[in-house]
Design a protein around this ligand. Structure first.
Ligand SMILES: Nc1nc2c(ncn2[C@@H]2O[C@H](COP(=O)(O)OP(=O)(O)O)[C@@H](O)[C@H]2O)c(=O)[nH]1
Ligand SMILES: [Mg+2]
Length: 487
């Protein structure tokens, strides 16, 4: 019964006693800094550091103690004055003995400290090895371990918040809630299978149905956060499209407040995608400038046009820039209509640029609004002067706000919570939901108890892969390869 759902894997078997061989790595970024931290962890980590430390008593130091002294190389030459923080397993981040050696910053010192420790018997830690050991020793589940990597790589406020929530176990708790409901269901159904000949039904069908519906709903909620997770991690890709000379490059520069894109009165100047970033509403927006969309005989520019279309296909939002003195032509309307049909969920904002060149509206006219400047293909329209906005970035705040609102509208309330699952979770949660739905169908009489049991097992297995209750070497390698050395 449920024998494919095993508990936590055995601790690293490198060394007896559940602790791995001692490893060491620089935990801080390379380069000039006031301090650097080198971590040493594993069986004998404290002895190893003590063998090169000016106070050999370090070897018997209790956990959570701090020791100041000199690190010396094998020949007794001073390497640096350091601070050692001793953590004794299992009360450490990895569950093993760990020493954090804080030395002076800068590559030369940190590398000399590392060399000294390698020389004393530590081996270089592969990327993610410390967190992998924490996982294997039951300090973190897999979703939390991934959150460590997400936290380190977070570049936006939303990304940071989602990583903290995951580290605190919010994803794991939600998954555990579904697992519990399914384990209960599965146990009853399996029991029924064991007594198949007697033709008894232990499980109350209505109660089972309710458990499955609850599981389906919680999975749906988790899955709805996947898009936010992707945007928080990768940034929101906003492509600037439009005819050559419409002012795309100028608008990009005005949006990010720096001279990023080449602006030229000669149409077709921007031939490759230029990117620039800006933070908006806690998310990192990546603006991508493109060559104009037009049929052209120039091979390089034609390639630029092809790339522009490819960029638009991969976009999270499109700012379609139009020279307001010219307006949208039939071909552009057809392009935008086609795009709306192909990608109905893609936010498209039509930006009527060069408003400074248009005759001023009559004094009693309402100020430009999305409705006033409504664009083609259902895209909201905005009237701006990118050139004037270069000197007055706040002039584009309305456009920025509309862009943020349009992107948020696609997140279906996911932002209200803090949880945002990553792509690996999404795939397993989606498979789990599929299995739960098949189980529900089986329960409704469209399948026997045997397929019901199989579907429940499949769902449990997929959920177990999210938190690491079920693991394979393949999954662990995929997860921990995302880490940096020293984490
Ligand atoms: N008057 C005016 N000129 C603009 C404005 N935005 C861009 N331009 C000019 O239009 C020309 C083309 O701009 P550019 O940003 O290179 O267009 P792109 O080909 O769409 O990237 C340049 O000479 C810009 O200075 C604007 O808001 N008002
Ligand atoms: Mg350009």
């Amino acid at each position: 019964m449920l024998d494919d759902v095993r508990g936590r894997p055995a601790p690293d078997s490198d060394a007896p006693g559940g602790a791995g061989a001692p490893i060491a790595a620089l935990a801080t970024a390379r380069g000039t800094a006031a301090l650097a931290v080198v971590r040493v962890g594993g069986a004998g980590a404290v002895d190893l550091v003590a063998s090169r430390f000016s106070h050999p008593a370090l070897a018997t130091a209790a956990g959570r103690t701090v020791h100041v002294g000199w690190l010396r190389d094998g020949a007794g030459r001073p390497v640096d004055q350091v601070v050692c923080v001793v953590w004794r397993g299992p009360h450490s981040s990895t569950g093993e003995d760990v020493v954090e050696v804080t030395c002076h910053g800068g590559d030369a010192v940190a590398q000399a400290v590392l060399r000294t420790l390698y020389d004393a018997g530590a081996r270089p830690a592969p990327a993610g090895e410390f967190t992998r050991r924490a996982f294997l020793n039951g300090k973190l589940d897999l979703a939390q371990a991934e959150a460590v990597a997400d936290l380190v790589h977070a570049e936006s406020r939303v990304g940071h918040r989602a990583a903290v929530a995951a580290l605190r176990g919010r994803v794991s708790d939600a998954v555990a809630e579904v697992r519990e409901a399914l384990v209960e269901t599965a146990a009853l159904v399996e029991l029924e299978l064991d007594f198949a000949e007697e033709d008894v039904e232990f499980a109350d069908r209505a109660a089972l149905g309710a458990l499955l519906d609850r599981a389906d709903a919680v999975l749906g909620e988790l899955l709805s956060t996947a898009r936010l997770g992707a945007l928080a991690r990768d940034g929101v890709r906003v492509v600037l499209g439009g005819r050559p000379n419409a002012g795309k490059s100028t608008l990009l520069n005005a949006l990010v407040g720096q001279d990023r894109a080449i602006v030229s009165p000669t149409p077709g100047t921007t031939r490759d995608a230029v990117e620039a970033e800006a933070e908006l509403g806690g998310l990192r927006f990546r603006f991508v400038d493109t060559a104009g969309l037009r049929e052209t005989a120039d091979a390089v520019e034609a390639e630029g046009t092809r790339r522009a279309r490819a960029a638009i296909d991969g976009a999270d939002a499109l700012l379609y820039v139009v020279d307001a003195t010219i307006g949208l032509d039939a071909e552009e309307r057809a392009f935008l209509d086609g795009l709306a049909a192909r990608r109905p969920a893609l936010p498209v904002l039509v930006v009527h640029n060069k408003a400074d060149l248009r005759p001023a509206p009559p004094a009693d006219a309402a100020p430009p609004s999305p409705a006033d400047a409504a664009g083609a293909a259902g895209g909201a329209g905005w009237s701006v002067s990118a050139r004037e906005a270069l000197a007055a970035p706040a002039a584009l705040d309305g456009l920025r706000g509309a862009l943020l609102d349009a992107v948020r509208a696609g997140l279906a309330g996911a932002e209200a919570g803090e949880v945002a699952v990553n792509e690996r979770h999404r795939a397993h949660l989606d498979a789990a939901r599929g299995a739960v739905r098949r189980a529900r169908a089986a329960l409704d009489g469209r399948g026997g108890a045997d397929t019901l049991a199989l579907d429940l097992r499949a769902a449990l297995r997929e959920l177990g892969l999210v938190t690491g209750a079920v693991t394979t070497e393949h999954v662990l390698d995929a997860v921990f390869s995302r880490f940096c050395i020293g984490k």
